[in-house]
Every structure is written in C-alpha cells, then in structure tokens.
Design a protein around this ligand. Structure first.
Ligand code: PLP
Length: 493
C-alpha cells in the first residue's frame, strides 16, 4: 500500500517515506491510496492489551515496517510513562455514556497517544532509508502538541525539535511545561501571534526550497510532528478500536452494535482517525464533531462552506482555538472522490481567499458526522453538570464534547452508546475548571488552584504537573511571526 498526496496523485510514497517527509512537497497531505479493511474478532480484542490491539492496526496502515519493528515501536512508546496500565482507560458513566481517557501520558493530553510512538516510527524509517541528515521536527502548537512532541523527541539521536507556540494563547501550565523542557536537541520559541499564524508560517517554511537547500547543506532535513503526519494519525486509530473492544468487554455493547464517538475538535486529526477507524471496519455510528466558539467546522458540516474569514476567539479550550483545520483536507479529498486536482484547487482557494465551497451534490458522506459548538458558558455548565451527575471532573475540551453530545441527544433522541473522547486532564487547565465550579479571584495562583482541584476531584495531582512547577525555565525566546524563518536558521547554525 502506498500513500499519495491529496494534491497530486502522481506523488506516491511508502508509509515510512510519508512519515519522514511529514507533508508532501506540493503542500498536500499523504493519504492511503486504498483504505485498508480488517475483520475484527471483538471477543479476542476485548481481552487484549492496548499494545496488542495496536499491532494489527499499525501493520495495516504501515505495511513497509516489519512486525518486529512495529513491536519495538509499540513497546517503547506505551510503557510506564503512562500512569495507567490500560494506557487509554474507558470509564463508563451509565449504560449509554462512557469516557475514553486519552490523558495518561507524559504531558497529560491526548497528543501523547501518538507522539510517544512517532519518534520510534521516525527513527525506524530513517534507518530503513539510510538517512544521513539529522531530522528537524518543526512544529506549531496550540499548546499541547509542542510539549508532547518534545517529550517524545528529547535526546532522541539524529533528531532536533523546534516548537513555536502563541505567547498569549496557552494556559500557564501549558507554558510552564514548554519553557522548562529539557533535552539538548529541543528549542521552544514563543510568537507574537495566534496558532493559525504559527501553523501557516511553519507550512510556508516546509515549502521554502531555498531554506531546504541551506539546511541540507548544513546536514538537516525537515519533518513534521503535527497531525498532518500520518505517523500521528495512524496511532490514533488504535484507541477507537481499543475503546470499542473495552465496551464489549464491559458488556455495554454486543460485538457488532454501533457506537458513537464525540470528539473535541481543532485540527481535525483526532476525529479523522475515528473516520479511518470506521472505514477500517469498526462499527461506528455517528462521529460527533465538537467545536468551541471557533466553529468554522460546524458551518462546513452544515453547509459545505469553509470560511476562515471570521473573528478568532481565545477560549478556555485553547487547543481547539483553530480556524484552519489542516486535516479536513483529507476528508475533502474523499468528498471529491479522491480527485487530487480538485482538492488542490479548493486548498488554493483557501490560501488565497480564506474560503472554499464543496458542491452540495458531494456532501452526503458528511451525514456520518454531526457537528455543533459549545459557548464558553455552555462549556462551564457542562463541567458543573458532569461533576454533579457523575462525580467526574472534565477538562474544558472534554466538556465542549459533552455539551455538544447533549445537543445531539436532544435533537436526535439517538440512544446509541456513545464514547466521549477526553483529551486532557483537568489538571492541565486548573483555572478554567475551578472557575467553572466556584468563584475564583484573579490573584489566586495556578498552583493554589491545582491544590483546590485535588480537593474537588479527589484525583491525585499527576507527576507531569508537580514536576514542572519548580523546574527551571530553559527557553525564553519570543519572536514576531515574520522572524520565524530566521529563528530556525539561528537555531540550526
Ligand atoms: C489537540 C487537542 C484537541 C484537538 O484535537 P485535533 O486532533 O486537533 O482536532 C482537543 N483537545 C485537546 C486537549 C488537545 O490537545
């Protein structure tokens, strides 16, 4: 099985090449030329570990890796750095509703699920191709990817990692996690701008031929740890399969029954993995796409019009404060029947005018999705309601998904068992979470709020939080968006 660019069907590469490159030269994203399909033995899977469930899925999507290579990658990634042996535990609230906790890794957000294995996949791919250059991971982060990528790549030989984050767009804990990052090969730079500015500039740098040539002469090659890399996307398919198997194990569904998944969505990576899982053969009903006030996807799903020309809101779910959802390009490619020229035209329109429209006749596959948004007030109400009803504290991103799930339920009366993907620990966003539950004055520090949260939630404070509170700051650089290229050159001098 090969991967090809969404913008040019002649640009074909193997899975390992796609992981090394991250993004295609033409600016497109790599997609499987033919989608794999598996027949699942749910009784067997129900009794398997996360690591065991992962293997056949990675084999299906990454056929040019050997079984031994994949096993090594899986064992290296999903080990004691996760603070729960299940890796991604499924917590059931009642007959109908469960939560898939994706925040038990190094940085207590769901990005760890894929970023703990990506460095293994990438270094294995580099060996396979006899790559001489050092791999430079260039990443724009809305708060969680950067830290999770650095945790994965820190001190991994033959790699460097440079992370750009919006200086005023992340939580205090998120910022502390990043600026205290250790590892000789890590660089963290704040930018005066938002995530979209950072992501757009990073994409431009990837496409900058002269920069590429300069860096090649210095012995470097770019790759990406953003969710445009299939090495991010494929490991995310695993937890949809695992969650389904766990529901079978818990007796909440009979194997073969449909399950809905509600996904707090930003760059459309997580939910796209759910869509791939469905195509792989997991009995998934609706994929519920939940947005915050930055609801550009909601309009796309309801009208087929993508329009990023709108105000940008900084919300309490910052990892979803995104107006250009990169991975949507992979869905658009499917909507237009795999026509790479058509996809390229639409993406060109997006970069030139900020908007595009998919013809109404092509939109029927979108019925597998439901999209809606939650306001800031609704998000806070969801945190309250879930605590009151289920004695469970949700982070604001997860609460957005819960709120949208409630809207879906009210509108459709659909009583299909549903799994809410919980993408962050509430400890990553203590101010927003505690403020949703009680009055918090501005002079209370995040550290005090963490202690308060422990009393409210009765969950131990994760080591990922305690370890950064007193760690020394190692990164202080802040640049303007148009200085990002120079900052990369300086770092790699
Ligand atoms: C990244 C992130 C999201 C959004 O996921 P996408 O794959 O970008 O749609 C949601 N919640 C949290 C906590 C995140 O870190």
């Amino acid at each position: 099985m090969y991967y090809k660019s969404t913008r040019n069907f002649e640009n074909r590469v193997t899975a390992s090449q796609a992981i090394l490159k991250g993004i295609a030269e033409d600016g497109g994203l790599y997609v499987p030329e033919t989608m794999p399909h598996l027949t699942f033995d749910w009784q067997l899977l129900a009794n398997q570990s996360y690591q065991e469930v992962a293997l056949p899925i990675l084999q299906a999507f990454l056929p040019d890796f050997t079984t031994e290579e994949l096993q090594e990658c899986i064992q290296g990634a999903y080990d004691e750095k996760f603070d729960d042996a299940a890796i991604a535990p499924v917590v059931s609230f009642d007959k109908q509703l469960s939560v898939l906790e994706l925040f038990h890794g190094n940085t207590i957000a769901f990005k760890d699920m894929a970023l703990s294995i990506l460095p293994y996949l990438m270094t294995t791919a580099a060996k396979k191709h006899g790559l001489q250059e050092e791999i430079v991971i260039l990443t724009a982060t809305s708060g969680d990817t950067g830290k999770a990528a650095m945790a994965g790549f820190a001190d991994v030989s033959q790699t460097r990692i440079i992370v750009f984050y919006p200086k005023d767009g992340v939580s205090q804990i998120q910022e502390r996690q990043m600026v205290t990052q250790t590892g000789e090969n890590t660089t963290v730079i704040g930018i005066d701008g938002n995530f979209d500015d950072a992501q757009t500039m990073v994409k431009n740098l990837f496409a900058d031929e002269s920069l590429k040539a300069t860096l090649k002469a210095r012995g470097f090659q770019f790759s990406s740890a953003n969710s445009i890399n299939i090495g991010r996307l494929v490991p995310q398919v695993v937890y949809y399969v695992y969650a389904y198997a766990q529901l079978v194990k818990q007796g909440r569904i009979i194997a073969g029954n449909k399950v809905n998944f509600a996904v707090p969505t930003g760059n459309f990576g997580n939910i796209l993995a759910g869509y791939y899982a469905k195509q792989l053969g997991v009995p998934i009903g609706r994929l519920i796409c939940a947005s915050n006030a930055n609801n550009v996807l909601v309009d796309f799903f309801n009208q087929g019009i993508y329009d990023k020309n709108r105000p940008f809101f900084v919300t309490t779910s910052p990892s979803m404060d995104i107006l250009v959802s990169s991975n949507l390009e992979r869905l658009v490619y499917e909507l237009v029947g795999g026509d790479t020229q058509h996809t390229a035209q639409l993406m060109q329109l997006l970069s030139q005018t900020g908007s595009y429209q998919v013809d109404a006749s092509l939109l029927s596959p979108l019925q597998q999705f439901y999209a809606n948004d939650a306001s800031e007030a609704e998000t806070a109400q969801a945190i309250q309601a879930v605590l009151a009803t289920y004695h469970y504290v949700m982070d604001p991103h997860t609460a957005v998904a819960f709120s949208v799930y409630q809207k879906y339920q009210q509108q459709t009366q659909d009583d299909t068992p549903t799994v809410i993907l919980s993408t962050a620990s509430p400890y990553k966003f203590p101010r927003s979470v505690v403020s949703a539950l009680e009055t918090v004055s501005d002079d209370v520090s995040d550290i005090e709020l963490i202690e308060r949260l422990q009393i409210i939630s009765n969950i131990p404070i994760p080591e990922a939080v305690t370890s950064v509170i007193h760690a020394p700051v190692r990164h202080q650089k802040v640049v303007a968006v148009n200085e990002m290229k120079q900052a990369v050159l300086d770092t790699l001098n």
